[in-house]
Design a protein around this ligand. Sequence first.
Ligand code: BGC
Length: 766
Amino acid sequence: MNKLCLLSLVVGLASQSAWAQTATTPASNLSTLQAKNAFISNLMKQMTLDEKIGQLRLISIGPEMPKPEIAKEIAAGRIGGTFNSVVLPDNRAMQDAAVLHSRNKIPMFFAYDVVHGQRTIFPISLGLASSFDMDAITRAGRVSAIEAAADGVDMTFAPMVDITRDARWGRSSEGFGEDTYLVSRISATMTRAFQGTSTQAPNSIMAAVKHFALYGAVEGGRDYNTVDMSPVRMQQDYLPPYRAAVDAGAGGVMVALNSINGVPSTANTWLLQDVLRKDWGFKGVTVSDHGAIKELIDHGVAKDFREAAKLAIKAGVDLSMNDKAYGEELPALVKSGEVSIKEVDNAVREVLGAKWEMGLFANPYLRIGAAVDDPVDRNAENRLHRAEAREVARKSIVLLKNANETLPLKKQGTIAVVGPLAKSSLDMLGSWSAAGLARQTVSAYDGLANAVGDKAKLVYAAGSNVTDNQEAITYLNKMDDQIHIDGRPEQEMIDEAVKVAQGADVVVAVVGESRNMSHEAASRVDLVLPGRQRDLIKALKATGKPLVIVLMNGRPLALGEENKQADALVESWFLGTEGGNALADVLFGDYNPSGKLPMTFPRSVGQVPAYYNHLNTGRPYRVNDSNYTSNYFEEPTSPLFPFGYGLSYTQFSVSDIVLSVNKMTRKDKITATVQVKNTGKVAGETVVQLYLRDVAASLSRPVKELKNFQKIMLKPGEEKAVSFTLTEEDLKFYNPSLKYAAEAGDFKLMIGLDSADVKETTFTLQ
Ligand code: BGC
């Protein structure tokens, strides 16, 4: 052991034991709710008002505040937690300041945006959702938690479960898509995966589900914009995913930046108290989004900082993220009686409760550990989980088109790998890539090269820049200089790519968006491939070579042209650390793709909002009788690719549906069964999807709604019976008086391998 290690060991152990001697440590047998409450009440009795307010402050680690000042603030009891630090010695030093030097020795907690991985990056959330595979999603969440906990992280601001039907919104990439049932299932699964057996476990992190609420419904897909929504739609479609996380035990909730019907979420008593705490019984901590309390002034509901702080604390925002609102304004507000001490105490109790639930009172160094155990290199290769990342990534890939069995490719001849994203490992990480590193990430090109070895020759040309819109580049690069432009004329780049393609047997074009185009504050007015990439595709098509288009993007794109030009079209989203290898597995047939779209792909941006579970209207669109019906006249009204769609290298047939009964009472169950057969030549997985429609109800119900699905694996020629059981619960919806109940009458029951192509039958609820 070298001198430095010895020193850190001594310091680490000293910190831990000194804290243990001085703090009011709860014994491990006091883990009951009663013990927790007693401990917190007792602690709060010893706290001054300023110390209480200090606990409500969550600050970002960054250039805004230098480390020594942070330590001073913590020791003075003016910070309750931080986010954005994943460096163990830094977190240890901050924890030391809290538990060794602050008066009450209350531990800090450390949070981070662990959205789809920590060091090992998994596919973006939209990609994870495409797997329709809860085991894969559990693996991604568990690995993320294990790695984040090993970096001293106690809480993640995830899962992000905002339903969105508008692909213009850049944050579509962070969520799990448009469907309430699918997103709710993933929300619960991810929450459980992050939190493991207990939020107090050293390899678990607490989940703070976000963004509560309805952030994905911002008008026009423009980030931070207004949300205006009927109560029925909220309850029916948008709120359930947050509730699923709460029901699964999420310890935290992050409050959204948007207003809802005029009332910002951050000042929304109805949302944070009536819905969240009273209706849903949430017992954890709420945290504002970045700077959101101050933004109440811009929202036009607070005249100044003081009023903003008052509104937020009264509405039920416990932690204030990265603004000084509470610290600066609450003392005077309490003094004047405008905010009661009880209101402050309620928030403090939740923050301390969360720290208890994260196991930090029992051991503030639970996840930080002792210095002696710190990895020598925090980016060490052996801290990654590459096998898990590759497995999950290949399950997230969606095959959209495969004419003439263009795919799988053979590992032979010359393969042209073209496109502005082909060699980008940074973009492969996707947005919110936590502590993931581009240099540890496999680009598409490298993945293909790894797969072919010396069996085939790869040739490369960028072909175009990801965009040539200089203003867009300047905007996107403001936060982080990520888009690097090849200074040559675009036509010269296209010509070069054409030449490369002409000399090859097949062309793989890796096109789409840079990762910062599908991010926070990255809304688009168009959904086509940006820049000159469309011209590149046209030019490649003109070579007559088989053309495989691989898409990297974080939202549905309008791909009408590319769909015509491509022989094969592959949606790969942003696949993460092992992206290139996973992609190669699919392109060469070492893995048979099974992903399904979690969001509708429109033909044009004008179709947005596009979602499969719309209402029928009084004049529904009919393919051969479309005049004076609800449609667009320039192109078909149907989407290009529907929700739930995705191909395989094999084919499947689905039989007619057999029901156990045709009439059910409220006490009955009804079972629907289909035979699914692999009619192709290779083994493959598919997702069998069950949809329902209430034919005539007290309000208009969607044309179909996903109610369940099963992912099954079939060998060639194999047939399996797939059964779904429904109860009255599955037939319930919110009626115009917001009563959640099932209504007697006829239901259509549909089963298929995507939302558009389904078998159909009916039954009656008596
Ligand atoms: C985002 C949140 C995120 C927070 C902290 C905000 O800008 O809206 O989703 O958790 O920053 O990084």
